[in-house]
Design a binder for this molecule. Structure first.
Ligand code: GUN
Ligand code: FE
Length: 515
């Protein structure tokens, strides 16, 4: 697979303190999915001599910018089925009335397969190239989710959920089955041997797990060297119940700590009501927090003081928490997190500084990679990392905002900010009569044996969505356009000549790592 060189504007986070770096007129080189250089365009001739590529092979993304794929650190895949509905009840009632009855249906593998296809598609279409999923208690359906994420090239942590107490009769496991099924699930996912999917140990929350189960799950995480995810301090009723169930522990976090569930690869969702000791516990154990603002508002759980956690050096990130949160879009998470932080500033005053959109951009990309322990692989455009990116065309046809160039001129930072506040991703309707013509080029594939097939490379013919959809489908692994999943040994680059594709947002370039 040849070296890829892309020229244009790169937008990424360097660190928490430099959350939005804009590199105009840069060139990025990608070889076997790894970023091998990021340099100003002035170095192009030198780079071409050094790396042996021709200048006319450089892809110019004029007018667009590249940014890292979004990292959603907390999402319940089965709940996607009813996302956008069933809001308004507080957590415990919401779980009983809406969540458990739907999750219980995932013992039907056919239903699960359809639902999981849809959630993986939907999140990819929203620019989420990495997600940490809760599935359900069903091991086969959970494995199906892992297979679907792998098939469509999404990087994913997949958790078979564990629940052995305080759960409805129709949706509960014995402690023994819970452990056995989890170990089976871990082995199955590991035997897929796909670098994109990782099992994650997933006790639902302390309410629905016995101490025995939680301890055994911590042992499994250690035995197989796996990350862990659960919920913590989300809702006052939940916290009161945890106190009642586990009176021997001085805090909710201490229940998890005592069981060995707090590690530097543990992701804790919500964490709205942490006390000072709990904050210190999370910091000292290196745990990460997934801030789920949309869910916190929708279930009226509370408003997290995100700045406080950042100031105290707790790793933080953003999650959609579908479907406590109704939007599967990380752009939605960014927006609601900004509002939540502004609410904190309104209430606290006294020089409190809310977390701004640039910091949210960091949290939705590099911050998420750190919470998932993937900071050496993804999250920004550092040399050595995998190229995992989305391409944004702010001036695509039907863009939901306008960019100004003359008397009033937007800076690139303005354009990025407009995208974060107002942008949306493409939605394509295959099979409808609205087929458009467009030019496309550069779609290189290798087959599963690693042999280059080069289907449709550098083709400039006019085709319809349906043609391309069918062709991509025949090639094996695409079922969508606008998303460039990447699996096996493949490197895939699929770009549309600007303007011809009628997308609201052209987010057409996604590289995720190969084996
Ligand atoms: N706590 C335990 N289970 C859940 C869930 O499914 N969603 C949310 N938001 N919180 C939980
Ligand atoms: Fe959740």
């Amino acid at each position: 697979m040849p070296l890829r060189v892309i020229q244009g504007t790169l937008v990424h986070a360097q660190s928490a303190n430099q959350p939005l770096q804009i590199l105009e007129n840069n060139v990025i080189g990608v070889d076997k999915n790894k970023i091998i250089f990021v340099e100003p365009v002035e170095c192009l001739s030198e780079l071409s001599a050094q790396h042996g590529f021709e200048l006319d092979e450089v892809h110019n993304i004029n007018g667009c910018f590249l940014m890292p794929g979004f990292v959603d650190t907390h999402i319940h895949a089965p709940q996607y089925v009813y996302t956008g509905t069933a809001m308004g009840l507080p957590l415990l009632e919401w779980l009983d009335k809406y969540t458990f009855p739907v999750e219980a249906k995932f013992d039907d593998l056919k239903f699960a397969t359809d639902a999981y296809h849809k959630v993986v598609h939907r999140t990819l279409k929203n620019g989420t190239t990495t997600a940490s999923y809760f599935a359900t208690i069903h091991k086969e359906a959970s494995l199906k989710l892992a297979e679907i994420a792998a098939k469509f090239g999404q990087r994913a942590f997949i958790g078979k959920v564990n629940m052995d107490s305080n759960s409805p009769d129709f949706y509960v496991e014995t402690t023994e089955n819970s452990i056995q099924d989890t170990e089976w699930f871990i082995k199955q996912v590991q035997s897929m041997n796909n670098p994109l999917v990782t099992p994650i140990v997933t006790p639902r929350f302390a309410v629905s797990c016995t101490l025995e189960l939680m301890k055994k799950l911590a042992e499994l995480a250690e035995k197989y060297n796996l990350p862990i995810q659960t919920h913590l301090d989300e809702n006052e009723g939940e916290i009161a119940l945890v106190k009642e169930l586990f009176p021997q522990f001085s805090s909710y976090a201490n229940v998890y700590r005592a069981c060995g569930l707090l590690t530097n690869r543990t992701v804790l969702a919500h964490c709205i009501y942490l006390d000072d000791d709990e904050i210190e516990t999370l910091r000292s154990h290196g745990c990460g927090v997934s801030h789920c603002a949309c869910s916190n508002f929708s279930l009226k759980s509370g408003v997290l003081d995100l700045r406080k956690l950042m100031t105290r050096d707790v790793k933080v990130s953003l999650g959609t928490d579908v479907s406590g949160g109704y939007t599967p879009s990380m752009l939605g998470s960014i927006r609601q997190s900004v509002i939540a932080s502004n609410v904190q500033e309104c209430q606290q005053r006294n020089g409190y500084r809310s977390v701004d959109f640039k910091e949210m951009f960091y949290l939705a990309t590099l911050g998420g990679s750190k919470v998932l322990g993937l900071q050496n692989k993804i999250g920004n455009f550092e040399v050595g990392k995998d190229f995992d990116a989305i391409l944004v065309n702010p001036e695509a046809a039907n863009s939901p905002f306008d960019v100004f160039h003359s008397t009033y001129s937007d800076t690139i930072e303005d354009v990025v900010q407009k995208f974060l506040y107002l942008g949306k991703f493409a939605s394509l309707n295959f099979g409808e009569k609205q087929a458009k013509t467009y030019n496309w080029y550069s779609c290189d594939l290798t087959d599963t044996n690693g042999e280059e097939k080069c289907v449709m490379s550098s083709c400039h013919q006019k085709c319809t969505f349906e043609n391309v959809y069918d062709e991509l489908h025949l090639c094996g692994n695409y079922s969508d356009i606008g998303i460039m999943p990447h699996f096996y040994q493949n490197t895939r680059l699929f770009m549309f000549k600007d303007g011809h594709l009628q997308l609201n947002f052209v987010a057409v370039l996604v590289f995720i790592s190969a084996r």
